[in-house]
Design a protein around this ligand. Sequence first.
Ligand code: F6P
Length: 325
Amino acid sequence: MKTINKIGVFTSGGDSPGMNAAVRAVTRAAVNNDLKAVGIRFGYQGMIDGDFVDLGRTSVSNIIQRGGTILKSARSEEFRTPEGRKKAATNLAQNGIDALVAIGGDGTFKGASILFDEFQIPVIGVPGTIDNDLSGTDETIGYDTALNTALEAIDKIRDTADAHERLFLVEVMGRDAGFIALETGIACGAELSLLPETLTDIESIKDDLRDILKSHKRSTLIIVAEGDETGGAINLSEDLQSEFTKYDMRVCVLGHIQRGGSPTARDRVLASRLGVAAVQALLDGHVNVMVGVVNNNVKLTPLKSGFGKKKSIQLEMLDLLKQLT
Ligand code: F6P
C-alpha cells in the first residue's frame, strides 16, 4: 500500500452548492490525520498548469456557507489528450501529491479513473452535482440546495400565474436527469412534470391540458426538465400555443440560479460527511472509489461502475406524481 503524505483536492465540471463544505472537510480531515492538503484550482486544467495552493485549517475557514467553489471549476480539452494527462501527472509528482480527492460528477470521475489507470494515482471521488444522477449515493452534494432554490422561484411563479390565470412552463436544469423536475413538480404541486427519463408524448400533454382547462383550474404549472425530449420549455410552449390560443402562456427558464447560493443544512452535512469519508477511505487503502451515503450509511462504490450507468428514478415516485394531479 502506497504511503500517503499529501492529498490534492479539486472540484470539476458544473459547480454545486456544498462543494466548498466538501473542500473544507477534506482539508480538515487531512490536517487532523497529519497529512498535507493542496487545492488544485480549475480542476484538470489546473493540474496541467500546476495551479496549486496549499490548504490548511484556517484557509478553509468561513467557506462552509458559500456557494460556488473557492477552487474554481473548468472543463479541460487538454486533459483529454495523453500529453495533457502526462503533464498533469508530472506536476502532481513534482509537487509531492500522492493522492487525489475529486469532487464532481460523472465526467470528473471518468478523468480521475483514467489518471489512476495510466499513472496509478490513488483517487477517491466525492459526488458533487445538482443533477443527483450518480448511482452509489442517495443524494449528491448540491441537489437539495438546487431543489429548494428552484422551488422558491416556482412558488413565486405560482402566485403570479394564479393572479393572471395563466399557464406557465418552467424549465429546470437536468440535461440528462429529471430528479429536479420530478421533485420540484411534487413539491410545488405542478399540474405536469416532464422528465428525460419518461416518454413525453405531445398529444397526451395536450389531452392533459384540455382536461385541466375543463376542471376549472385557474393557473397551471408545467415543469420541464431541460433535457426532456420536447426540447425544453420554449420549444414546448411554441407547440402548445398554436393549439391553445385562448390560454395566456408564459415561459420561465430558471437556468443557472439553480447552481448558486448558500448550501442548505442538508448539503453542508452531506458534504462534510463525504469529505471526511474520502480522506478516511484513502487512509484505509481504498483507491478508485466514490464515497456516497446510502440509507444513512457511508458506502464506497467503484468509480468505474458508475460511468454511463444512469441513476434511475424510482417508479414509485413517478406514480406519486400521477396520483397528485
Ligand atoms: O451541473 C449539471 C448541469 O446543471 C446540467 O443540468 C446542465 O445541463 C449543465 O450543468 C449546464 O452546465 P454548463 O452551464 O456548465 O454548461
